[in-house]
Ligand binder design. Structure first.
Ligand SMILES: *Cc1c(COP(=O)(O)O)cnc(C)c1O
Length: 373
């Protein structure tokens, strides 16, 4: 394993960047331990697709290796190939979308485990094994009721036992559509369907639960669980208290401050107008950085709340800083936008989306700081 420092993409340096994203790898490690402690046996994998939900797959996976995590899931072949370079030989790397036609040899050479979602993907992977004269590891995804990826019953029935000749079946898996709804009856139906489909395949370890699935109880854990979002601090139990730690802080620099008389329009469309004398600060962060244009939130400066004034622009947001004393803040000072005080899930709620979308949308112009790897 290389030193984790080399694997962290830190983005532009602090003085040139408009905002700083701090990623607390210690908190991600703690979240991993919290999830693992809920299991009654079985393995806790980590889903690091979409560059570790936007936080840096290399840094996250390296940190979780130190917690003993031995299985990682990515969505795409290219993500798997990069991750293998980071982690070296040893840990399992599963490619959830399976291998697109033509990429089999590169993936086999990188020691990736193809998730076969269809009989066609399975046959192509088997053909690659034959061609290469090499046994290849494979996982099979069955569709237990989400209708997204995986083989439905008829397709499982259509594959013969010899479909696995030359392959090592490492995992039979499926995915829950409604795991974040504790009392949704679909969960139990999918579990039953999963049991039935499993029995039609050769014996292999099984996996059904994502983050929220872990909180449905031991019957959903099987041999391996596949949390993503919960590792990064998104609440896996919506509507109930978040059992996970926050893992990111986002702070943006103040570019400029100004005083304003009453009755003046602020920002695009003058959607905000001062009703009294105000002080404003413009900060270096906007919707191009993944901040949802619809999320009219607040920023924080030394514990004081600074409401947004007017529309979010591409590269800037205007804050009402009237609550601060006239000497503060100074240009270059940082105000906090995401952290314990205003979580990813709260920003998601303000813009009618989910924490997953906020996390994976966080931009590439931030200076990134990694702590606690
Ligand atoms: C993304 C994904 C996961 C992780 O889901 P979270 O809700 O982020 O925990 C697990 N399994 C599959 C198949 C996925 O696509």
């Amino acid at each position: 394993m290389q030193d984790s420092g080399e694997q962290q993409n830190r983005g532009p340096n602090l003085s040139q960047a408009g905002a700083v994203l701090t990623i607390d790898l210690g908190a991600i490690r703690e979240n991993y331990r919290l999830l693992r402690e809920r299991l009654e046996g079985g393995q806790c994998a980590a889903v690091v697709k979409a560059d570790g939900y936007g936080l840096g797959a290399a840094a996250v996976a390296t940190a979780l290796r130190r917690e003993g995590c031995n299985a990682f899931f990515v969505a795409q072949a290219a993500e798997g190939i990069s991750l293998r370079r980071v982690l070296g030989e040893g840990p399992d790397i599963f490619v959830l979308n399976g291998i697109h036609p033509g990429a089999e040899d590169d993936c086999a050479a990188a020691g990736l485990i193809a998730v076969a979602n269809s009989a066609a993907q399975l046959a192509a992977w088997q053909a690659a094994a034959r061609r290469r004269g090499q046994r290849l590891p494979v996982a099979v995804q069955v569709d237990s009721g989400m209708s997204r990826l995986g083989m439905a019953q008829a397709e499982v029935e259509s594959i013969g036992r010899d479909a696995f000749d030359g392959l090592d079946l490492k995992l039979v898996m499926s995915h829950l559509a409604c795991a974040d709804e504790l009392n949704n009856p679909v969960n139990a139906l999918q579990r039953k369907a999963f049991e039935a489909l499993r029995r039609m395949l050769p014996d292999a370890p099984a996996s059904l639960a994502n983050s929220s699935g872990i909180f449905l109880g031991g019957a959903f854990h099987y041999d391996l669980v596949r949390p993503g979002a919960a590792l990064y601090g998104v609440n896996p139990t919506p509507g109930r208290e978040n059992p996970m730690r926050q893992t990111v802080r986002l702070a943006a620099k103040i570019i400029q401050t100004r005083g304003l008389e009453a009755g003046i329009g602020v920002g695009y469309g003058h959607s905000f107008r001062s009703t009294a004398e105000l002080r404003l600060a413009t900060i270096a962060l906007g919707y191009a950085d993944g901040w949802p244009r619809r999320a009219a939130a607040v920023a924080w400066h030394r514990g004081r709340k600074l409401p947004f004034a007017g529309r979010v622009s591409m590269d800037t947001i205007i804050l009402d800083i009237s609550a601060l004393s006239p000497e503060e803040p100074a240009p270059g000072d940082l105000v906090e936008l995401i952290g314990e005080r205003q979580t990813i899930d709260e920003i998601a709620a303000l813009s009618d989306t989910i924490g997953y979308e906020i996390l994976t949308g966080l931009g590439h112009r931030f200076h990134r700081r990694y702590e606690g790897g």
